[in-house]
Unconditional design. Structure first.
Length: 209
């Protein structure tokens, strides 16, 4: 028989695993399986591949039962697809956006398209919408980001270009922040550019996080 401390440890471990799995389901995390059909929430993972990787289906449905084709262009965009802004790179999953995140991204993507026109180069999205648990989870398994990150609200996007450095992009965009209606992080030497359409505070539109 297992000794009492070992039993207690096993029980606590099972409880923690259950709590984490439940939270992930609540956060609507999923990985894409192209061979299966769409489903209606609520749903449960059909397969688990290692820690924090849940496999669901290709077509996503948010809480309003609105189907989102991740391969489709985001409404109002000629260049950016849902696949790019819903991808959580560290966990290798896509997130189903909430209604609020969905609407906020539709608003933000207009500014992103204008940014692309100004830069006149392809832009690669490194991070878009994030669930709270992913944003707060410490690196290297999460982002370790701000508690009130605009990524959680669907109001922020990080991107880069293989043609222009991030510093050069910031230099080009700086005079246009007001007309674009965005803020931009001042992160000299970083490999990505963060933009969001949160209202500027005392730090202004070009701010240090």
């Amino acid at each position: 028989m297992l000794r009492t401390p070992l039993r207690l440890l096993l029980a606590v471990s099972i409880l923690l695993i259950g709590l984490i799995a439940n939270r992930l389901i609540q956060e609507n995390l999923l990985r894409i399986s192209h061979s299966q059909s769409s489903w209606d929430i609520p749903a449960f993972p059909q397969k688990i591949e290692g820690p924090l990787r849940l496999i669901f289906t290709k077509s996503l449905r948010n809480s309003s039962k609105m189907v989102i084709d991740i391969d489709a262009l985001i409404p109002g965009s000629k260049h950016f697809r849902w696949r790019e802004v819903l991808w959580l790179r560290t966990w290798e999953v896509h997130i189903i956006p909430t209604d609020t995140q969905y609407l906020n991204m539709l608003s933000l993507i207009k500014a992103v398209e204008n940014i692309r026109s100004i830069l006149d180069v392809p832009m690669l999205v490194s991070s878009g919408i994030r669930p709270g648990i992913y944003n707060k989870w410490p690196k290297p398994h999460g982002v370790g980001g701000a508690f009130y990150s605009n990524h959680i609200r669907g109001k922020a996007l990080d991107f880069y270009s293989i043609i222009l450095t991030a510093d050069r992009i910031r230099e080009i965009l700086l005079p246009h922040l007001e007309s674009l209606g965005i803020r931009m992080e001042n992160l000299p030497g970083s490999s990505w550019v963060h933009i969001d359409n949160h209202a500027p505070g005392r730090s202004g539109r070009f701010f240090t996080p």
